[in-house]
Structure formats: C-alpha cells, structure tokens
Design a binder for this molecule. Sequence first.
Ligand code: FNR
Length: 379
Amino acid sequence: DEIYLAALGGVLPSLPMTFAEWEARAQGALSASLFSYVAGGAGDEATQRANAAAFQRWGLIPRMLVGATQRQLSVELFGHTLPSPLFMAPVGVVGLCAQDGHGDLATARAAARTGVPMVASTLTVDPLEQVAAEFGDTPGFFQLYTPTDRELAASLVHRAEAAGFRGIVVTLDTWVTGWRPRDLATGNFPQLRGHCLANYFSDPVFRSRLAKAPEEDPGAAILTWAQLFRSALTWDDLPWLRSLTDLPLILKGLCHPGDVRRARDAGVDGIYCSNHGGRQANGGLAALDLLPAVVEAADGLPVLFDSGVRSGTDVVKALALGATAVGVGRPYVYGLALAGTDGIVHVLRSLLTEADLLMAVDGYPTLDSLRAEGAVRRI
Ligand code: FNR
C-alpha cells in the first residue's frame, strides 16, 4: 500500500523494481571481477539458468470469493516468530559489495529493519560478533564451512553461540570450490584477499595454528586457511557436528530425498534444499523441481529453500511447493551494491510486497492455504 499510494501521489521508488534491473545496475556499481564473481556460476551456468527457468514451469491457480483482505505471512521457525517467510542466504564475500567494504554489517542492519533473517557466512568480512551486534530483534543464523581442524570448527560454532546466533547452518556442497570459468577468466578469488577472512583471522584457534599473526604475514595465513577449508564431511561426522551445539542444526545443500531422510534420522533440526544457486555443480536439476520430494522426505521438519528466486511470485511458488522459508542470494547482494542497507531493504520489501499482493489477488490469505492441495500445478 505504502509503495502504491506514494506512486499515486507522484513519488516513484528511486531504485528499480525488477531483478533484471537490479543486476544491470549492480554491474555498473561493482568492479568487473567482483560482479562476475557474484553473477557467475559453475561450468556453462546451465544449472544456474535452470534454477530460475524452473519457476516458469509451475503455475498458481487462483481462488475466488475468499475475501483475502488480510494476509498472514508470518512463520514459526526454530522457535521464533518471523514476520515473513523470507531470509537472506549466506553470501561469503557480501562484505566487499558495499562501498565501505562492510557489507556484512549493512546486511545485518537490513535484517534488523525488515525482520528478514540473515544467514551470515563463515566468510564474513567482519568478525561474526560484530555482525551479530547489528541484528536488533531479528534472529540471525551462522553458516559454517566446516574446517578440517575440528577445534577450529568448534571455536567458530561456540563463538556464534556466544554472539547470539540462533542456529547453525552447515553447508555441505562446498568442501571444494566448483569449476567456475568466470572466476578463472577474471582471476578473481576475493577470498584470497586477506581482509575477506577477518572472521577466520580473528579466531583464537586459527591464530594459534600460525607461526605469525595474520597481520604480520597475511600470505601464510591465507595458505593455512586454504588448507583448512577442504573438509569433505561424511555421514560419520554428523554425530560430532550435532555434539558441537544445542542450537538448531540445519544442513544446507540437501536435494536428494534419501539424504534428507538420513539427515532427519541423525537428529538435525532443519533441511536446507539448495544447489548453491548453481555455483557449485553444473548439470544439475533445478532446485525448485527437487523441492516437493525434499519436503515429503523431511516429513514435517522445516525446509529452507533457495536457488533461483528472483521475484515475489517465485517466493509464493516455493512456499506453495512446501518450503517453510525461502531464501535469496544474488537479489539482495545487488541491492547492497546499489544502495547499501537501503538497497537491501528495497529489494526485500519489493519481493515481499509482490508476494503479499499475489496472495491477495489469488485468494490465498495464509501460508497454510497456499500449501493446501491444488494451489500450484506443473505446467
Ligand atoms: C553464495 N552462496 C554461499 N553459500 C554458503 O553456504 N556460504 C557462502 O559463503 C556462500 N557464498 C556465496 C557467494 C556468492 C557471491 C553467492 C551468489 C552465493 C550460496 C547462497 O547461499 C545461495 O545458496 C545462493 O546464492 C542462492 O541462489 P540465488 O538466490 O543467488 O539464485
């Protein structure tokens, strides 16, 4: 209403309204190499394209005479009542996409302003304690890239607990980096710039593994980090991961129903269906097409979803297919590149307003009604 009434009064939004424009404008705002790092994916990017294209193959069926004058978008997630089912997916170098280099803090402030939670990556540019301090009343989640050094992994998780994060998201699909031709072409590996690794570099266990402090010898610190990064977890590691924390434990990257059932049996609290936005493995099915089987296998566990969400309509479709909460990656990073915290707030509000209006027009006033049989069909 606010956006429309202002526009009727002649005050148009100062930032663009669609993903295509956010991306185009971000390209102008970021360096060529940083833009291609964010925008690119694995291989010839077929999976990345498939992720977005899949949304066109699912259609919503409108209901009439519902009187959906009030919509209820709030959702219960891990004991928290969130005002909407949207969240910001973990993005490692998001810090660098802000003009001042502190994009993680800007993102956390957007979370505080909108109630849309941020999942902060292990690769935050600022230490996780500083990021958490900006969350306000919005719960935040910490994403763990599990290092091979178990003590270091425990240190990162315990720091996140102490800083007030409300859940640990363990990303499983990135124990080695995928084949990303755009990065090889531009030579852009932002994480190799030491200042991207402040979260690691400030960790007491990480520091204890180095002969010299990272400030004195950043090259050696980066090499140590790179060696520790490649942790190929197996199912045998799950009990150890579970033992690290009493916080909700969520596994990111689960797309196969068999894996989902196994994770459930191992006592995880949430399933995160994602193919990393097509950045890791190419040649895969679109994440959205895998979502219904994941939801079924999760058998009542919350299912977070991301990969390819570009609009409020996409958000609604993912919810109708059973996602408990829907994440975006690149859309909010582009908002950050355009206008810092305000830009992220603009992107999130645009997505949510479109989703809310669609639910009104289509006659689905609640998330439960949207998830009921018959709301969505494959085209
Ligand atoms: C990511 N993603 C990611 N995931 C993760 O678990 N830890 C991380 O550090 C990162 N880093 C990262 C950097 C960049 C530049 C991007 C674009 C993405 C993946 C992210 O969490 C999410 O799965 C995808 O971005 C979702 O796809 P869309 O919304 O970008 O299509």
